[in-house]
Every structure is written in structure tokens, then in C-alpha cells.
Design a protein. Structure first.
Length: 279
């Protein structure tokens, strides 16, 4: 990625779609495909991962600091105080295990299928399927959403089930936030609390994926001339990601999540139309 404008646009796309339930991985494939750009490359992917990680860390810094600090205090006291912090830490760990296991097994085959240079019709149709299927499930889950459960009510079994759902987001078109919010809604959580737990659960996954990508980058290095685009992508995804988190949590306090499901289905229709037109 050596074009600053492309870097800015893709950073904005990443920031918007990483947390809004419309699939960031799908959009990062579709936008270059629709506009005739080349793939972003490893260094730029790392920049986007770092940017979204910064966004979620800044927005939830009080929660994350409280969990870490409280867990340390609890261990020092022999688990006689701040046990809620330890419980939340365990919930995030349990919820992250399925994605870590599934990612370890299937990441390379899926990455090769969707990021093999030219976009095959089969891979684009797979994205369409993910957009539509999860969109329909999201509509169904939202229609049933009358839950009142808050984050403090999350059980170990809830975290594990939401974690299993999160592992499906390895497929572009599914959406990590979309599938985890859907799972939380079906488990009886209020919309805003479902989104909040989804975003907290994203921290270990984004951090882990970012570290793996960064390890690869250490071996290759940032290509000459791409440092500026690296910083642009990281900064734009961080700023827009932060705003997206704030927007969605506030939006879901009063509104349905169905609008994003309708967008997913409309985007799938546009992709099919472009394929039919020979794009």
C-alpha cells in the first residue's frame, strides 16, 4: 500500500466496519475489488489491526484497567477481594478460546482462499452468503430481543457460546461484532450490553491477531515508501473505530440493529449485480 488516499479510505472503512456489524474483512476485500485497487499487503493490514486495537483500548480503558488492576489485587489478597474483576477476566479468556483454536486450524486455508491475489467468483459468492445469512439471523435475533441481562449477568457458558459465535467471524462476510451481538441477544442480553461485551471480547482476539501479523512483519519489514501510508491507515482506523464504538453503543440503547442487517443484504445484492455485469 503506497497510495496515501487509498490508505486513508481503507483506514476509514476498517474503523467503521470493524465494530459496526457489517464485516470489516469483507469490506477490505470488496472496496479494492470494486475500485480496481491492488491488495493492501501485510504491513498495511498490521496498521489497521493496530488502529482498531488502539480504538477499543482507548474507549474501554477504564473497564480494561479495572479488570487488570482488580485481578492483580484479588490474586494478592488470596482471592478475598475484587473477585468480580477476576470473573470478568476469566469470561474474556473463555470467550477467546474458540476463536484462538479455530483460527489456528483454519486461518491459513481461509486466508489463501480469500486473499490469493485475484478475486474469484467463488470467494465473492462466499462473502455474499455470509452477508445474507448473518443478516437474516441478525434480523431474527433482533426481533426476539427483549432481554434485560447486563454484562454483570454474563455466565461462563454465555461467554463460551458467544466465543464459539466469534470464531465464525474468521469467514469474511460474517462480522465478528455482528455474530457475537446476535449470540448475546439470543442469550437474553440487552442490545447495548450485548455490544459492550462483544467489543470487550474483541480485545484478546484483535490483540492476538495483531501480534501474529506483527511477527510476520518483523521478518519482512515495512516496505520502503510505505511508512506514511502505514501511519495514515493506523491513525484513520483508530479515530473512526473509536467513533464507531461510541456511536453503536449509544445507538443500540434506543434503536434496533436491523438497519445494519438490511445494509448487509443490500450490499450482497450489489455484489451479485456486479458479478452478473461481468465486473
Amino acid at each position: 500500500m503506497d497510495n496515501p488516499l487509498h490508505a486513508l479510505i481503507l483506514g476509514i472503512v476498517q474503523g467503521l466496519t470493524e465494530f459496526i456489524p457489517v464485516s470489516s474483512s469483507a469490506h477490505l476485500i470488496l472496496v479494492p475489488w470494486m475500485l480496481g485497487w491492488g491488495g493492501p499487503g501485510l504491513a498495511f493490514n498490521v496498521a489497521l489491526q493496530v488502529g482498531t486495537l488502539v480504538a477499543v483500548f482507548i474507549y474501554f480503558w477504564k473497564d480494561l484497567f479495572g479488570i487488570a488492576h482488580g485481578s492483580i489485587r484479588s490474586v494478592i489478597s488470596g482471592f478475598k477481594r475484587d473477585t468480580e474483576s477476576v470473573r470478568m477476566l476469566l469470561l474474556l479468556a473463555i470467550g477467546s478460546v474458540p476463536a484462538a483454536v479455530i483460527g489456528y486450524i483454519f486461518e491459513n486455508p481461509i486466508d489463501n482462499f480469500f486473499h490469493s491475489g485475484t478475486r474469484s467468483t467463488t470467494s465473492l459468492l462466499a462473502i455474499v452468503a455470509g452477508l445474507v445469512i448473518v443478516g437474516l439471523i441478525l434480523i431474527w435475533a433482533d426481533s426476539r430481543a427483549d432481554g434485560k441481562k447486563q454484562i454483570c449477568h454474563v455466565r461462563m457458558s454465555d461467554a463460551f457460546l458467544i466465543g464459539i459465535a466469534q470464531s465464525l467471524a474468521l469467514m469474511p462476510g460474517v462480522s465478528r461484532s455482528g455474530i457475537t451481538i446476535t449470540a448475546a441477544l439470543l442469550l437474553g442480553f440487552a442490545r447495548s450490553d450485548a455490544a459492550r461485551f462483544s467489543f470487550l471480547l474483541s480485545v484478546p482476539v484483535i490483540l492476538g491477531a495483531g501480534l501474529l501479523e506483527f511477527a510476520k512483519l518483523l521478518g519482512e519489514g515495512i516496505p520502503e515508501g510505505e511508512i506514511i501510508t502505514f501511519l495514515i491507515g493506523m491513525a484513520s482506523s483508530a479515530v473512526v473505530g473509536y467513533l464507531s464504538i461510541a456511536f453503536l453503543i449509544d445507538y443500540l440503547k434506543k434503536h434496533s440493529i436491523k438497519v445494519f442487517a438490511f445494509y448487509r443484504i443490500a450490499l450482497a445484492a450489489v455484489i451479485l449485480l456486479l458479478l452478473l455485469l461481468g465486473r
